[in-house]
Design a protein around this ligand. Structure first.
Ligand code: MEV
Length: 438
């Protein structure tokens, strides 16, 4: 077991690696060399990455891919995607190509409100607290002016502050439930700074409020933090076409395909076990764009899954129907994204990703990202209701298996050819590699 280490963060990068090598890798030079292989030779770029976070010892690469041919609101996009899962980019590209000849994707931002809360304890008369809140409300706004000034110039700011009585749920529990518009910024720092100032204003003003008793004057702040649940920061995207424009095969007519597709979505709408996997597939597309554009995929994940449970049961984020011979497939998802601040102006690949998208504002990026999720889900359902997922999946996974066995360029060429007409399974790939090597 490694010993407890103190002051680790203050060690130089080399010393951190030495410590790791000694205590975790039995001084194995291979471990050190792996870490060093991933360093960037451009010292300035490496320093930038080192300083994104603490205790950085190397870089962790993810493939940076692109999915072309996305027609969104009549404009063509090539979407950047950072993801390791083999079939995701291929699936997105395939869906984009399919829909570009059927009117493309339509997307629309429905709302952009973000929420933050100051959670506090007040022991006293709630009516007095309400009166107090009304009288000090202008001060909340006044005392954050230094924080909101710039945001207001850009068209954003605080849009509402409410006092919420939650004492039915927890004794003495109240909130300032605050709404924000952060325009093109994701806005986490802006919101949290405002909230912390609200908390100060709340406690200070309470002390000077004559109608409060001594106990009532002692408001205790529990915490001040934005919420990643953003059901009013919503975007929708959809595709539609005549039923007979949908795929058809010897096994499935276009109408049967449409009905099977709709039924697959109904299952995800009603059955949580299926819904989680279904939404995971949507997030394959969403997260890949969120990561490539330097946004916080954990926040997006948390918000999306919470939204999927908004009616009390976890359900599908996408919906489908057939009406008057028209098949429609749509998504509605909360996406609190930013195109300024954070990594967007720091990380060279993030800057490039945004440039590739034509430097979108946050609303446009919300639309593009929702479309990536819808496209991903279309591709997944299309495979699931026709060939099954493994055929395409394993074809894409073939390269990973070949790389595990250090296949040479020539071996790869021969085996890719072989598996064009044979089913890929791990054991079959191993058998064929061994055969080639005999
Ligand atoms: C795999 O990463 C995602 C899928 O399981 C999604 C789905 O089942 O809809 C294929």
């Amino acid at each position: 077991m490694a010993p407890i280490v103190s002051g680790f963060s203050k060690l130089s990068k080399d010393d951190k690696i030495k410590w790791l090598a000694e205590h975790h890798f039995s001084n194995d030079n291979n471990a050190i060399s792996i870490l060093e292989t991933y360093w960037n030779s451009d010292k300035k770029l490496q320093r930038l990455h080192d300083e994104f976070t603490e205790n950085t010892i190397s870089n962790y690469y993810l493939p940076f891919s692109v999915a072309p041919n996305f027609l969104i609101n009549d404009k063509r996009y090539t979407i950047p995607m950072a993801i390791e899962e083999s079939s995701v980019v291929a699936a997105a590209s395939k869906a984009a190509k399919f829909w570009q000849n059927r009117g493309g994707f339509k997307a629309e931002v429905l709302s952009t409100t973000k929420i933050g809360q100051v959670h506090f304890t007040y022991k006293g008369d709630s009516k007095k607290l309400e009166q107090f809140f009304i009288s000090v409300k202008p001060k909340f706004i006044e005392q954050v002016k230094h924080i909101t000034k710039n945001m207001e110039k850009r068209g954003g700011g605080i849009t509402n502050i409410e006092l919420r009585n939650k004492t039915d749920e927890i004794e003495g529990y109240y909130q300032l439930h605050c709404s924000f518009e952060t325009v093109d910024a994701m806005g986490a720092n802006f919101i949290n700074s405002c909230l912390e100032q609200f908390a100060k204003t709340l406690t200070t003003e309470a002390k000077d409020y004559d109608s409060f008793s001594d106990t009532e004057k002692e408001i205790e702040i529990i915490m001040s933090i934005l919420s990643n649940y953003v059901p009013q920061c919503l975007v929708s995207a959809s595709v539609s076409c005549k039923v007979d424009e949908l795929p058809n095969s010897a096994q499935l007519s276009s109408l049967e395909y449409a009905e099977k597709f709709v039924r697959a979505i109904r299952i995800a709408e009603t059955e949580p076990y299926r819904a989680v996997t279904h939404n995971k597939g949507i997030m394959n597309g969403i997260d890949a764009v969120v990561l490539a554009t330097g946004n916080d995929f954990r926040a997006i994940e948390a918000g999306a899954h919470a939204y999927a449970s908004k009616n009390g049961r976890y359900s599908s984020l996408t919906h489908a129907d057939i009406k008057d011979d028209i098949f429609t497939f749509s998504i509605e998802i909360p996406l609190a994204l930013g195109t300024v601040g954070g990594l967007t102006s720091l990380h060279p690949l993030v800057k490039l990703a945004l440039q590739l998208l034509g430097k979108p504002n946050a609303r446009k990026l919300m639309e593009i990202t929702a479309v990536a999720g819808l496209a991903q889900n279309f591709a997944a359902i299309n495979s699931l209701i026709t060939t099954g997922i493994q055929q395409g999946h394993m074809k894409m996974h073939l390269m990973n298996i070949l790389n595990q066995f250090d296949a040479t360029v020539n071996e790869k060429k021969q085996l890719i050819e072989y598996f064009k007409t044979n089913t890929v399974t791990h054991s079959e790939v191993v058998t064929q590699i061994e055969k080639l090597r005999q």
